[in-house]
Ligand binder design. Structure first.
Ligand SMILES: C[S@@+](CC[C@H](N)C(=O)[O-])C[C@H]1O[C@@H](n2cnc3c(N)ncnc32)[C@H](O)[C@@H]1O
Length: 263
């Protein structure tokens, strides 16, 4: 299936179509040092996970299961949810290979098929930027969190409009044509027509995330610049990847108030 074959104007269907096609190449990752990558993410996330006895997590927009596997290693029960059946199929393959027994759900991050207050922690990585209604999604994630539960959102300023960053992405695009790890799916053919309908697509710096967290009523919000993870990707990825994504990552965390009733 190609972008022009999708007779769709619904952004969610276009997004699901993109990630279905992208799943196989995405599962290969951006570095050859996956074990080290996992260890670094564990170190980055541990301070937000180990302090309040978290047991049950939802990984929303779980993709091929990177965060889910990592949380599983940390002794947390994880449920994975993703819109794309292609991504879920790859996740199932990877989890089976690693002998992990996690539940996978196909569903929408903005309308979760779970009852209220049933998770201790909701995590997502690289998802909010591609959602049509991030505030609705955050409200949903808060709904399924138990009072006092924690929200961990990792994302990146992927489309920073600064001239230097735009130039970096342009150069990266040219270099990517010669790279064996280049994205074989035409990203812009899928995303350019819908970009305007995704509030965090082109302006996705951490400040905007903080504002969205506030609008969704998230408590005790913190921002972490993930310096160790950013350093790792700077030294363990292709030049083309680095030019487009240097220092882009950040983590926003927050909590559901202890007093908040189930809705
Ligand atoms: C960039 S990938 C990130 C995957 C994974 N979290 C990771 O860190 O490797 C974005 C993922 O979000 C999923 N996604 C996009 N829109 C979604 C939605 N509305 N609900 C659930 N998942 C969605 C895509 O299918 C894709 O798997």
């Amino acid at each position: 299936m190609k972008r022009q074959d999708i007779e769709q104007t619904d952004p969610k269907k276009i997004i699901a179509g993109y990630w279905d096609l992208r799943s196989r190449s995405y599962s290969k990752g951006v570095t050859d040092s996956r074990d080290e990558e996992m260890e670094i993410w564990k170190r980055c996330l541990a301070p937000f996970i180990t302090d309040i006895g978290l047991r049950k997590a939802l990984d929303v927009g779980s993709g091929t299961g990177f965060l889910s596997s990592l949380l599983d290693d940390m002794g947390i029960d994880v449920i994975c949810l993703d819109l794309s059946r292609g991504m879920l199929a790859l996740a199932r393959e990877a989890l089976l290979q690693e002998r992990r027994d996690l539940d996978l759900f196909q569903g929408d991050a903005e309308a979760l098929p779970f009852r209220s207050s049933c998770f201790d922690i909701v995590v997502s990585r690289h998802l909010l930027w591609t959602l049509p209604d991030p505030v609705k999604a955050l409200a949903e994630w808060m709904r399924v969190l138990r009072p006092g539960g924690r929200l961990l959102v990792i994302d990146g300023n992927w489309f920073d409009p600064a001239v230097r960053k735009r130039l970096g992405r342009g150069l990266s695009g040219i270099l990517a044509n010669f790279s064996k790890s280049r994205n074989p799916v035409p990203f812009h053919r899928f995303y350019d027509p819908i970009g305007q309908e995704l509030p965090l697509y082109s302006a996705c710096g951490p400040e905007r995330y903080l504002a969205f967290f506030e609008d969704a009523g998230v408590k005790n919000v913190t921002l972490d610049r993930l310096s160790e993870a950013n350093r790792f990707y700077k030294s363990h990825t292709s030049l083309s990847y680095r030019l487009a994504n240097a220092n882009a990552l950040f983590l926003v965390t927050g909590e559901k108030g202890e007093q908040e009733t189930k809705s």
